[in-house]
Design a protein around this ligand. Structure first.
Ligand code: NI
Length: 245
């Protein structure tokens, strides 16, 4: 792709709005993040600092910082000679990532559940209810993450929670792009209710079993995706199912 074409293409996605300099990093990060998450900028595309700086009418510094943030969120990765490149949607290690998530999130449930109070349970319940009413994939991915974190957040191990949040961010990206093709229907929402009830009853082993079941659905969906390839994702015309998460 010619650079000039690419700049035109990027500007059609990102707009040419020139953010005030103190907001530049945050605005650029948010715009790139959204465009990557919903697939408008496909994986493998190189994001050049100078091009983006020109596009937004800023220096390279905020662009570099924005790209660094996106790298920390696994949305871009730095490749030799290419610089920042949009990372693949699902890595070949996705199934391994899920099994690791199960270990981490089960531990968070074990630590957090005894400390959850009625208010925490009420907040988690609100997220499920919002998920049921939501049809926008962007919001659904986010609500799914917020629901899970609401159940884990009392775990006193901050480092554990940070690792979990990274995993959930990764899942959010996958869900956001691929929800319609995933076939994760109302059953997954049933998992959320069951998880909430177990947490509310302080039933740690019950909650961990449900989480295992819930994450296994994710593994199956990703295996399906890897097997059938991105064409399943290209068919985004499949109408969204209510509760489809
Ligand atoms: Ni979930």
């Amino acid at each position: 792709m010619q650079e000039t074409d690419k700049e035109g293409w990027l500007s059609s996605i990102l707009g040419k709005e020139q953010p005030p300099s103190h907001l530049a990093r945050a605005v650029i990060e948010e715009k790139l993040r959204n465009a990557i998450l919903d697939g408008r900028i496909p994986s493998g595309i190189a994001l050049r600092q100078q091009e983006l700086a020109t596009l937004f009418g800023v220096s390279r510094m905020p662009v570099r910082e924005a790209l660094r943030q996106l790298e920390a969120q696994s949305l871009v990765r730095v490749e030799p000679h290419k610089g920042a490149v949009v990372a693949p949607l699902v890595g070949e290690d996705a199934v391994e990532a899920y099994s690791l998530r199960l270990l981490l999130e089960a531990e968070a449930l074990r630590l957090s559940i005894p400390l959850l109070d009625a208010q925490d349970i009420a907040v988690a319940r609100t997220y499920i209810e919002m998920l049921e009413a939501e049809t926008d994939y962007t919001q659904m991915g986010k609500l799914n993450r917020l629901f899970h974190m609401a159940l884990y957040h009392r775990a006193p191990n901050r480092r554990l929670l940070r690792l979990i949040k990274d995993g959930l961010d990764e899942e959010e990206r996958f869900l956001r792009f691929n929800l319609s093709a995933m076939g994760l229907g109302e059953l997954a929402q049933d998992d959320h209710w069951a998880l909430l009830n177990a947490a509310s009853d302080k039933d740690i082993s019950g909650a961990i079993d449900i989480l295992k079941h819930h994450l296994n659905r994710g593994v199956e969906a990703i295996s399906h995706y890897l097997h059938h390839g991105p064409c399943a994702v290209a068919h985004k015309i499949i109408p969204p199912q209510k509760n489809d998460i």
